[in-house]
Design a protein around this ligand. Structure first.
Ligand code: NDP
Length: 276
């Protein structure tokens, strides 16, 4: 049997770095720390090496299709599949950012939603039976969906929504932000919140798809890591990165044959109804 393998996106720092650290300690297989900037990735590898851990490195920019395809081809030829995928990479503008909302909506969603989707579309065909996928979303998706008009909310929470339709809704939000009419169209004033609504809904769609997939026991879940002390929160979060990594690690390491959680959203290892 081929060696098992795990990939964590955006793991040169923050929660992703701690997820790699945890997988190196708990997962019986190769663990790939990935980063869009090779240099930062190699520095992170060195730092984990100094703790006696041996993650491997592969470059990955989730907004660059060529980069995603290179990782897919690498995994295919070296491992013939994938056992754990943690979609952790993400970005957020600072609250004090003066970048126009239209720009924030486009850039944030292109990374957090469309980038995550592009990774999944390329890499899901490689998932082996018993694979685990963890999409790092946020409780902010709860605040954002609550602020949507009933009409918008219904569209996002339609249990028959397809990925294509979800991407259409995400693009509609971005376009509305560019037109300056996103609030009158029923969207909230949160580029990051909407990007995580996209990730939370995407996880539910992926669960429906994977449940119908002939590959056995492939589970996808979304989660919120909590409020974590990272660059993203300007180090205001109260959790350490290892505490933030706890729920993603729990989901990545769900034992074979687990029935629940599956297709859920979790916080503190507990299933939450993120959309209410
Ligand atoms: P950090 O800003 O510390 O780390 C984000 C990581 O994502 C970095 O490695 C960054 O790389 C990487 N990244 C950004 N854009 C890309 C890209 N295009 N391709 C590949 N990697 C990319 O954030 P956190 O660790 O705090 O966040 C990790 C995840 O957790 C995110 O999805 C975030 O939304 C989510 N989250 C965080 C919370 C918190 O309190 N911190 C709360 C709820 C959710 P680089 O160094 O090159 O920028």
């Amino acid at each position: 049997m081929s060696k098992k393998v795990a990939v964590v996106t955006g793991s040169n720092k923050g929660i992703g770095y701690a997820i790699v650290r945890g997988l190196c300690k708990q997962f019986d297989g190769d663990v790939y720390l990935t980063a869009r900037k090779e240099e930062l990735g190699q520095e992170a590898i060195k730092s984990l090496n100094s703790e006696g851990l041996s993650p491997k490195f592969h470059q990955l920019d989730i907004t660059d299709q060529a980069s995603i395809d290179r990782l897919r081809d690498f995994l295919k030829s070296n491992y013939g599949g994938l056992d754990i995928l943690v979609n952790n990479a993400g970005m957020a503008y600072k609250q004090a950012s003066t970048a126009p909302f239209a720009e924030q909506a486009e850039v944030t969603n292109n990374t957090n939603y469309f980038g995550t989707l592009a990774v999944c579309e390329a890499i899901f065909p490689l998932l082996r039976p018993h694979a685990r996928v963890v999409n790092v979303s946020s409780m902010v998706s709860t605040f954002a969906i609550k602020k949507c008009s009933n009409e918008v909310k219904e569209k996002f929470l339609n249990t028959k929504l397809t990925t294509k339709e979800l991407s259409g809704l995400m693009n509609d939000f971005i376009q509305a932000a560019k037109n300056g009419n996103h609030t009158s169209k029923g969207y909230p004033d949160s580029a990051y919140g909407m990007s995580k609504v996209g990730v939370s809904v995407l996880s539910e769609i992926q669960h429906r798809q994977l449940s119908a997939d002939p590959r056995e026991d492939v589970i996808v879940n979304a989660c919120c890591p909590g409020y974590v002390d990272t660059d993203m929160t300007s180090h205001k979060g109260h959790k350490t990165i290892d505490q933030g990594a706890d729920t993603p690690l729990y989901l990545a390491l769900l034992p074979p044959g687990s029935k629940s959680p599956a297709g859920n959203f979790l916080s503190e290892r507990k299933i939450k109804n993120w959309s209410q």
